[in-house]
Design a protein around this ligand. Structure first.
Ligand code: FMN
Length: 213
């Protein structure tokens, strides 16, 4: 009996250890791809929510899914995205979402958030104080691996900047259509953010977009 109890305790401890260390990826709900506000109305309403009075309520997973899809989701089968990419490459700028529950990389193929860390880093990445109050920060990162076939360094930077511009404008438009507050942020604590996310040395943080309802 003693032997049995001891083994049950060991198994329970092991289960607790595994569950507390298991990654908690998030399967996103399907993005909204029909209906809603028209494009021209969204263009009329696109604006940056003021930093001083940034909306702090969390957005729904449906809204987050739609915004991420707008930024870099598949829109035509397996090789067509909502934003243009040089040479038709798969998106070489990727997005990490900083939420209260942790940091996740958006996987456009799986429509999922893949957990990178369980740490809430939202208060540690912006150089301006209001950035900490946003319920979600999207971090746009240029992938060295994604641009490995582009040999010219200036061209890599150019391609990544154009991609980030297209992606962030799509975020602004989707946010306007969903009545979500959004703001582009370049004032980032770059070294701290890099080490908090733990991205490869060759990848480059480009900008943030903060979101809130
Ligand atoms: C490249 C770029 C960098 C920006 N960086 C910041 C920033 O670090 N902090 C901030 O509060 N807003 C930032 N913004 C937001 C601009 O201040 C905002 O877009 C501008 O005031 C115009 O407002 P609108 O977007 O409502 O038209 C940035 C915008 C762009 C395009």
């Amino acid at each position: 009996m003693k032997w049995f109890c001891r083994n049950i305790s060991v198994a329970a401890a092991l289960l607790f250890f595994l569950s507390s260390h298991a990654s908690a990826d998030i399967k996103l709900p399907a993005p909204q791809t029909e209906g809603g506000m028209g494009l021209f109305q969204a263009l009329k309403e696109r604006s940056s929510a003021p930093g001083g009075d940034f909306p702090t309520a969390p957005l729904s997973m449906e809204d987050l899914s739609t915004i991420l899809w707008s930024a870099t989701g598949l829109n035509r089968g397996e090789k067509g995205w909502t934003v243009p990419m040089a040479h038709g490459l798969p998106p070489y700028v990727y997005i990490c979402a900083a939420l209260e529950s942790g940091v996740y990389r958006y996987d456009w193929a799986a429509n999922a958030l893949v957990e990178i860390s369980k740490e809430d880093i939202r208060g540690k990445i912006g150089a301006q104080r209001f950035v900490a109050s946003a319920s979600c920060s999207l971090i746009f990162i240029s992938s060295a691996e994604g641009l490995v076939d582009v040999k010219d360094e200036d061209l890599k930077k150019h391609f990544a900047s154009v991609a980030a511009g297209a992606m962030t404008q799509d975020v602004y438009l989707a946010a306007a259509a969903l009545n979500v507050g959004a703001r582009y942020i370049h004032s980032i604590k770059f070294p701290e953010t890099r080490s908090l996310i733990g991205i490869p040395d060759e990848d480059e943080i480009l900008c943030l977009m903060i979101l809130g309802k």
